[in-house]
Design a protein around this ligand. Structure first.
Ligand SMILES: [Zn+2]
Length: 267
């Protein structure tokens, strides 16, 4: 490149940086790869909701840009029974592990608090509620969650009278509600349902979200290296800021018993 060309390029960059602050664009961003180990079809289901919206209705990415903290209400709505502390402990473990694993190691949970009061939605926080029944658009809802950051709510069905509460739980998890939490944390972290073929590949046999498959962590890392609102082929929204901390908007995803029971990982 000639010195004139270099000078023109520099001037253009300088003008561009005056017109639009360069801080966002100057940050290092990993481009979405288009070959192994990246699975484009999986990513578009998992992170863009292709399964339910189709190829023309893909959602933009909704990663958290702040460390998610969790507030667990320790009584059951609306009846007020106290949730056994072991249940709260297991659910909390799943949530904390889920932040690390589903962000590909790029985020750690900010903290976990428990209490009996209701808390309003707050940036940086996901409120976790246990309910005897969850009503919604479908029957037999096991759980619901808002999808992505930077704030959220997770609703987990929890029946204190269920004899399968601790032992003999068919899910193989500590308790049924722990399995539901292991499913819902994926939505909270910004992911959608995928087809059944991916569930076996990404199984979580220990049901503690502690050691997910390398592939799942890899795709989580890709998701969490993109700005909120990113679409493919790797297009960022106008005027984006990679580390913007606004609450954003989150759709609510409902999950039936059958859906959750079909696999410890979203399907
Ligand atoms: Zn679900």
């Amino acid at each position: 490149m000639s010195s004139i060309a270099i000078r023109v390029t520099f001037i253009l960059l300088a003008v561009a940086c005056v017109l639009a602050p360069c801080t966002a664009r100057a940050q290092e961003v990993d481009l979405i790869p288009h070959s192994t180990p990246f699975d484009y079809n999986f990513f578009r289901q998992f992170a863009r909701n292709e399964l339910e919206r189709g190829p023309t209705g893909l959602e933009p990415l909704r990663p958290w840009t702040v460390p998610p903290s969790f507030y667990l209400k320790t009584t059951v709505d609306p009846t007020g029974e106290v949730v056994p502390p072991e249940i709260i402990e297991h659910v909390a473990t799943v949530l904390v592990n889920g932040v690390r694993e589903y962000s590909g190691g790029r985020l750690s949970a900010g903290g976990v608090e428990t209490g009996t009061e209701n808390r309003p939605a707050s940036t940086g926080w996901a409120n976790v509620l246990l309910l005897r029944e969850i009503s919604g658009a479908m029957p037999n809802i096991a759980g619901q969650a808002t999808l992505g950051g930077n704030q959220g709510t997770m609703w987990l069905r929890f029946d204190p009278d269920d004899p399968r509460l601790f032992v003999n739980d068919p899910s193989g998890c500590y308790a049924r509600v722990v399995q539901v939490a292991a499913h819902e944390i994926q939505h909270t972290m910004g992911y959608y349902h995928t087809s059944g073929t991916y569930a076996a590949r990404h199984a979580d046999p220990d049901c503690d979200v502690a050691n997910l498959s390398e592939s799942l962590r890899y795709h989580g890392g890709v998701m969490y290296s993109r700005p909120r609102g990113n679409t493919d082929p790797d297009t960022d929204p106008d005027g984006y800021t990679l580390n913007a901390t606004a609450a954003g908007s989150q759709p609510v995803v409902s999950c039936s018993d059958a859906l959750v029971a079909a696999g410890g990982v979203i399907r």
